[in-house]
Write a protein that binds this ligand. Sequence first.
Ligand SMILES: Cc1ncc(COP(=O)(O)O)c(C=O)c1O
Length: 440
Amino acid sequence: MTDQGSQASTGNNLDPWYFNYAERTSGLAASEVRALFAVASRPEVVSLAGGMPYVSALPQDILNGTLEKVMRERGPVALQYGSGQGHERLREQIMEVMALEGISGSPGDVVITTGSQHALELFSKLFIDPGDVVLSEGPSYVTAMVIFKSYQAQVEHVPMDEHGLIPEALSEHIARLKAAGKRIKFLYTIPTFHNPAGVTLSEERRPEILRIARENNILVLEDNPYGLLYFGKKGPDALRAQEEEGVVYLGTFSKTLAPGFRVGWALAPHAIREKLILANEAAVLSPSSFSQLVISEYLEQADWRGQIDTFRGVYRERKETMLSALAEYLPELSWTDPAGGFYVWLTLPEGLDSKAMLPRAVRELVAYTPGTAFYADGQGGRNMRLSFCYPTPEQIRVGIRRLSTVINGEQDLLDTFAGTGPLDHPSSRRDYSAPPPDIN
Ligand SMILES: Cc1ncc(COP(=O)(O)O)c(C=O)c1O
């Protein structure tokens, strides 16, 4: 991409500007499973792949009334540019939302962004220089990995168990990286109802993780889209509830209301907040005034706590359906049992490969996301993420039954050919590329 000299000799018929792109764009390739996901969006396919909330459970009439009221009473404000930090009243209301997870602070330290995805982008722009290390759980949120990589970070995965990130492993990674002279910029973590692993960092480990980060001067980037979507007992309070100066907290209305508004936020220590506002202004001038006013009005008028409770009921039923279907159709396998959120992380038997298996699954009319998508270093071949957020319980049962046909078929093949030599699965090669946006 940088070889200007060979430009004239080799050329590139597909893209005449191929040699002009910045070095950092080299990782922005379409995933090889992208085409498959286009097929997977056909109605006859049960997709357990996407992270789309079930927005049909929202009160359509109340939202219509909110839109209408905003336009009638505040049209000129809603249609105008706004502040780069975001609408003041909405920032106050966001403090009420975060208080449900133990967070206190000043609305002056909230910066509203175009979804929390955009906050991840702005934060990365502020902190990552090429070659810097970003620590993250392994596996981790696929589109955060894409952003970190686009800023040329080296992503180092720290393992989790059923209680979340393992403190001893975090300490070991930090010590090893420091000894190698690496510069660790921050720890990116999704402590509650993890995407994709479905686990939650235990109450006991939270102060421990914060202590390790503090002692090593490592900033924590806490990403928490799912914290309010618990199925039984409320999850532990946010990390930010215990530590103000060393944590930047990201929240969003995408999963508790609707992603179409594209409204998320960062709560940051004062100095970082200043920089985030400048970066926000440079990127988008101001987040959408229209979306912010509609959400603010909705929070003012509607029973939003009750609505989140409705979502909890919907997702709890779907999770239970998925787990009971797995127990019925694939009893030999293991999977996580999330206490909230959208995702189950499935582990396949030794020798099976989730990415190699995906075309066959799509032929059987079921889709999932292969585990390799959630690692920056090619791990995850024996895993897959199953989402229960969008399909109905009936579809989930059908999807898991189809998946069992695929997995059992692959296992039979493997048993038949066992001992005849290694199979070269394409997914054993490294793949950092971005999935389609609805896979998040
Ligand atoms: C862990 C995590 N972070 C961030 C996002 C982005 O959400 P938003 O719609 O707020 O940009 C998602 C979306 O699925 C997610 O799962």
